[in-house]
Write a protein that binds this ligand. Sequence first.
Ligand code: B16
Ligand code: MG
Length: 217
Amino acid sequence: MKIKACLFDLDGVIVDTARYHYIAWKNIANELGFDFSEAQNERLKGVSRMDSLDILLEIGQQKIELAQKNELAERKNNLYLSYIQNMTPEEILPGVIAFLDELHDKGILIGLGSASKNALSILNLIHLTAKFNAVIDGNKVSKAKPDPEVFLNGANELGVKPQHCLVFEDAQAGVDAARNAGMHVIGIGQAENLKNAEFVIPGFEDMNFNRLRSLYF
Ligand code: B16
Ligand code: MG
């Protein structure tokens, strides 16, 4: 088996925080006087907070000063934090825990590669931190996805070569980051939003070690 480590994105892969990000950004858009659809939100998935704001402002055709941008990004984050503060392990997406436990039993290393600066707080809220051998989040990287930095740092911390890593991602920027890192990648979601993924699966309910082995033997 050529896979020695699995690297998981957080938002949209382990837990569905994407909808909380969406509602928070929609609030900011509405305040600025324009609407923001779920289809448009696809462009923000996996993208860092400030890059997300730039995309939002481009959609709303707004030009604002840096100080106001910083203030909007902080307000969005405070809204987001207020939505996620009551998250519980019940919000972990179906099949995730069983798959992580199976990987652990088979000796596959497990890493997190998230653009979010809130990733560790979320892992703690859903009681999943201990299952990860390495956690790389938005505080540990300087270049956002699709730059490969987040996944290369993860591989490095795990001591595994990129070609032996498999990334699970729900965002195009993340799939591109994994490919740019020279890693294998399985998309989570719908194929039309995840070009260049080797395989696309709807979620982890039907994912297990035997299936992984059949795909990557
Ligand atoms: P924060 P992931 C990403 O997390 C989200 O998909 C993206 O929508 C968000 O803007 C980004 O984290 C930054 O999050 O504002 O919490 O630092 O998908 O890479 O786990
Ligand atoms: Mg994601």
